[in-house]
Design a protein. Structure first.
Length: 228
């Protein structure tokens, strides 16, 4: 069973490789996985790797669970001179002026399936057609999204099939060697690294059915490191 599961999931290091490929082809990807394993941090790592190549990169992290549909399409207002209803440009999405300052802009739609259905619906056109209403994404913008699985018992809504069909989907898993490389690069406390090197199974013990308030994840071990 473990071998079958692993063939259907990817490590974060593999996700980094696949994401860069899809960024080159301008195909949006959706990353699924349990909480605390580093889905969001992966895109920060991608940004840093691009910058190490001398590229100018901006990462826009949009927590869609906090957004309303008007945050994507813009807020409606009445244009008295034209006698028309228009929409103001969304403030957090990149415009051409911002795009001219960077080689790549990563538009990361985090907690996508935690957004209300109306907000997810507003994202349809933006994700597939790179435009919504009169707004258009600049050419150097690439799109990625992430969310928890329904089985993780977080705040999620079932992703509509038309929206799901707009993505390439990846489910990620925790891998100790990946985490170890990340821990060394990010100066995780030696006691944490030493303990987990001996007890690798303690890196991650999330159980969606448990009533425990806390559980071990790469994110919570980073909190332990900070405390030490």
């Amino acid at each position: 069973m473990a071998m079958e599961l692993n063939t259907r999931t990817v490590k974060l290091s593999e996700l980094t490789k696949y994401a860069k490929h899809h960024f080159r082809t301008k195909r949006p990807l959706m990353v699924w996985g349990p909480p605390g394993i580093g889905k969001s941090d992966t895109f920060k790592t991608i940004k840093e790797s691009y910058e190490a190549q001398g590229l100018r990169v901006k990462l826009i992290d949009c927590r869609l669970s906090l957004w309303e549909p008007t945050d994507l399409k813009g807020y409606p207002y009445y244009d008295k001179e034209a006698n028309k209803m228009r929409f103001s440009a969304p403030d957090e999405l990149p415009d051409e002026e911002m795009a001219s300052q960077y080689d790549i802009i990563i538009l990361f739609l985090d907690e996508l399936n935690g957004a209300a259905p109306a907000t997810q619906a507003a994202a349809y056109q933006l994700i597939l057609n790179r435009a919504i209403g009169t707004y258009r994404l600049p050419d150097n913008v690439v799109i990625a999204a992430a969310g928890n699985r329904e089985s993780d018992k977080g705040v999620t809504y079932r992703m509509p099939k038309p929206l799901a069909n707009r993505f390439l989907h990846y489910e990620v898993r925790v891998d100790f060697e990946d985490w170890f490389d990340w821990a060394v690069r990010n100066n995780i406390h030696p006691d944490v690294v030493g303990y987990l090197t001996t007890f690798k199974e303690d890196l991650y013990n999330f159980d969606a059915g448990s009533s425990e308030r806390s559980f071990a994840t790469p994110r919570s071990w980073a909190f332990v490191s900070d405390t030490l």
